[in-house]
Design a protein around this ligand. Structure first.
Ligand code: SF4
Length: 269
């Protein structure tokens, strides 16, 4: 049975692995869930075992995300970045593939987040033998987010990464927290969530395949330059960001406009 420490239920095997001195990586996106997870983990895991890791998505993520991650990281927790090795942006890859990611072919997460993060964690473990190849890989996934996420197991051995002398577990420390809990943890720690929560309920790519039309409209208003690039990419590749198959201008009701005073189309954020 799990026992609860400071709002986080810690499975027995997790306790044992933490006591054995495993590295505890915090995948941090800049969103509220990973921010709350970082706060809670920094209370129960020695800082010498903690590592924050962020996969930067460049200009397709909301401006200020990297700065937010840096500003809200507890003192003396190292932060490393996991960029895509090719240096290509998500939109570059859409052009190359001739299609946007889909709900079933979610290559954006695999290529631009999970893959680079796992690569950097392997490197970090190799460069820091004091962890003995033991890793607890923490993800800010919550049961309440979706039916698919509710089916996730909050603690499990990561078989794919547990090779070549490594023993890796995936842990979802904030799995049982509600949205209110998450904001409370952030507020009680004296922090603020990412600025985008003043406009939207999710901090994802500015234009995400999962964004409902209302969120896409808000994003188009906040980032007209990036909106135009997405709309032009849709036209060029003949495929839409939205899995509904409806192009962005139809979904948002906003025509992408090239501004004569700034060919790149200035963002409002
Ligand atoms: S935020 Fe959305 S579009 Fe961006 S990587 Fe994640 S699923 Fe893909």
């Amino acid at each position: 049975m799990s026992c609860r420490i400071a709002d986080i239920p810690v499975p027995p095997k997790c306790r044992e692995t933490l006591r054995a001195g495993a590295l505890v990586s915090i995948s941090t996106s800049g969103g509220k869930d990973s921010q709350a997870m970082t706060i809670l983990l920094s209370r129960i895991v020695p800082r010498t075992q903690l590592l924050a890791i962020h996969a930067p998505l460049g200009d397709v993520e909301w401006p200020g995300t990297v700065e937010h991650v840096e500003a809200t990281l507890p003192a003396s927790v190292p932060l490393i970045f996991a960029p895509v090795a090719s240096g290509k942006s998500l939109l570059d890859r859409v052009e190359e593939r001739g299609m946007f990611p889909g709900v079933r072919q979610r290559w954006c997460t695999a290529e631009h987040k999970r893959g680079p993060i796992e690569r950097e964690l392997r490197r970090y473990l190799k460069a820091h033998p004091r962890f003995g190849g033991r890793l607890v890989n923490c993800l800010g996934i919550r049961r309440d987010e979706s039916a698919a996420r509710a089916r996730r197991v909050p603690w499990r051995r990561n078989e794919r990464m547990s090779v070549a002398g490594r023993e890796v577990f995936d842990w979802l420390p904030v799995f049982d927290l509600s949205t209110d809990d998450v904001f409370r943890v952030i507020r009680d720690a004296g922090q603020s969530p990412h600025w985008i929560y003043r406009h939207l309920s999710r901090c994802s790519c500015s234009f995400c395949i999962f964004s409902p039309p209302g969120d896409l409209r808000t994003a188009a208003e906040l980032r007209p330059g990036l909106y135009r690039r997405y709309a032009e990419t849709e036209r060029r590749v003949g495929h839409t960001l939205s899995p509904t198959g409806r192009p962005l201008p139809e979904l948002t009701g906003i025509a992408p406009v090239r501004r004569p005073e700034d060919p790149a189309g200035p963002d409002r954020v």
